[in-house]
Design a protein around this ligand. Sequence first.
Ligand code: ADP
Length: 164
Amino acid sequence: MTRIALFPGSFDPLTMGHLDTIERGAKLFDELIIGVFVNTNKKSYFTSEEKLAIVEESVKHLSNVRVVGQENELTVNVAEKLGATFLLRGIRSVKDYEYEKEIALMNHHLDQGLESVFLLADPKYSHISSSILKEVWTFNGDIKEYLPEAVYRALEEKRENSEK
Ligand code: ADP
């Protein structure tokens, strides 16, 4: 049996915390598919195409990881189409746990064949989120160590273009 997992998220943008979860998850499953989705509760900074390109570039060293983009579709339906029977998510805190529990129980209600698997965030990255990094970036704070290289480059390009 091939164990395929889907790691859905908005990845706006991908952080070292996400990448750490991806690298550890890739060891647990035969195939790990990153789903670059739209979170309807959050306003996106990067376009879906930009996010997809950045994630692809950042996971190219992992041979059993691939990336898909999807808009306006339930995660459980995407998982079914991809043949994924596991959902991977990360947990940084009790707050994440409460949020992830709601999502996992709802996904279980929608599809009992799909098992949610959680990895605890590495303490090095458990205080970072895409939102806090974007906020610090806006005010020129140093966040380089928390961002994969492709993300840092994309942020710099965005800044240069907005200054033109
Ligand atoms: P969403 O908008 O669906 O919550 P995110 O891109 O914010 O998507 O996060 C995707 C997943 O990655 C979530 O399970 C989240 O808890 C997890 N995650 C976010 N930041 C980190 C981090 N620093 N370390 C580990 N996991 C993280």
